[in-house]
Design a protein around this ligand. Structure first.
Ligand SMILES: *Cc1c(COP(=O)(O)O)cnc(C)c1O
Length: 395
């Protein structure tokens, strides 16, 4: 039976026709929030204590609860995901100018975190099978200045953890995972935060789990707790002792409160995302010229993103055309991750022209479709119909 859409409308710039825009804008994501009452109950005690930041009660409580949820041994909360990653790298005390092998197919934060530590990013190509760093191309990039690998579980796709570990052990390198997209994922029965020397998460408003702004570093070496504590709190150890040089990157109590509330609903949120992804897969899964990443075996997914790869020669439209088309219907997909971070203007032409063949291929064709817990399945159908037919199916 054909679906009847109540919200039919013509494109907002659609040639002067009648415009019946009953739909809201659909953005690529929409932040999860608890009910206002729930949040107010959580922050109410702050008006008694007047303790708003500096590792307060809510901060402590969230560290404990997240450690449990992520099934990790050690965890330190941060003001955001970027500072979690930047200071996790700083905690390794690499000599300035050392080389760090990383992926260019990521959010710019990953590369900035390396560069802002005074280190040299060395860009490694990715695999077309899952868009993570190509572990078979890492070794040829290692020099006597290489100190670390910073892979990214991009879109929540888990890297080849075993192979990366073997290479790191062979060459005595540290591994720092940017796990910003992989919140709560389980790989072969283990929380993904357990891999590498450290793994970092982002709790930004746009991520699967948010604390408005926030992040965390996970680790198993207990010494790292103090090192990271110093780095995020000016190195202050006691009233009169500053033991190290540090920044200010603490999570405040209002953010921790949001985190505690959102954590209560995370399972339902992920279950709802799963339904959305299943609907996308059902409609777009077998379309010639569209490629959808297969679910990874051994991974319990968090359904963070839904990227599609558009091969224009078979699909008939380019990625940019599909992006523009959706936009005319007030649907905002994103070209994550285009351009590659190595090609960004801030690096001038320093890394341009690197033979990052797969990364370039994917980056030019990938489109991330709207995905959030409350995206209705009717909206998913409408988005798919526009992608496939170039129209919403009603006039
Ligand atoms: C979001 C993100 C970050 C940075 O996190 P913020 O919380 O926004 O600072 C780092 N790396 C990746 C891959 C991300 O997607």
């Amino acid at each position: 039976m054909d679906k009847v859409y109540t919200g039919c409308f013509v494109p907002s710039d659609g040639g002067g026709g009648m415009e019946i825009n009953m739909e809201e804008k659909i953005l690529v994501t929409r932040s999860s929030m608890p009910s206002m009452e729930e949040y107010i109950d959580m922050i109410r005690p702050l008006w008694d204590s007047h303790w708003l930041t500096n590792m307060g009660e809510l901060h402590k409580s969230l560290e404990v609860k997240l450690k449990e949820y992520l099934q990790v041994q050690g965890l330190s909360l941060f003001v955001n995901g970027h500072m979690a990653l930047e200071l996790a790298i700083a905690a390794m005390h690499f000599p300035p100018g050392s080389e760090v092998i990383t992926t260019p197919f990521t959010f710019i934060s990953t590369t900035h975190a390396i560069v802002r530590n005074g280190l040299q990013p060395v860009f490694c190509d990715i695999k077309t099978s899952d868009y993570t760093i190509d572990e078979d191309k890492i070794e040829e990039l290692i020099t006597d200045k290489t100190v670390a690998i910073v892979p990214v579980h991009v879109y929540g796709q888990i890297c080849n953890i075993e192979q990366i570990k073997l290479i790191a052990e062979k060459y005595n390198l540290k591994v720092i995972y940017d796990a910003s997209h992989a919140f709560g994922e389980i790989y072969k029965g283990e929380g993904v935060g357990n891999f590498g020397q450290v793994s970092t998460f982002s709790f930004h408003a746009t991520k699967v789990y948010n604390t408005i702004e926030g992040g965390a570093v996970c680790f198993s070496n207990p010494d790292l707790y103090t090192t990271l504590y110093n780095l995020k709190n000016f190195g202050i150890r006691s009233e009169e002792v500053v033991a190290e040089v540090g920044a200010n990157a603490k999570m405040n109590e209002f953010a921790a409160a949001m985190g505690l509330c959102n954590l209560k609903h995370i399972e339902q949120e992920i279950a709802k995302r799963k339904k959305v992804v299943e609907k996308y897969r059902e409609i777009l899964g077998t379309v010639p010229g569209l490629r959808i990443l297969p679910e990874q075996t051994d991974v319990t997914s968090n359904y963070a993103y839904f990227p599609i790869l558009i091969d224009e020669t078979r699909f008939g439209r380019t990625r940019n055309e599909v992006y523009d088309l959706l936009k005319t219907y007030d649907i905002y997909s994103r070209k994550y991750f285009y351009p590659l971070t190595s090609d960004q203007a801030c690096f001038r032409n320093r890394y341009r022209g690197l033979p990052l063949q797969n990364a370039r291929y994917i980056s030019a064709r990938v489109l991330v479709l709207p995905l959030y817990a409350d995206l209705s399945l009717d909206d998913v159908e409408r988005i798919c119909r526009i992608i496939l037919e170039g129209e919403s199916g009603c006039r």
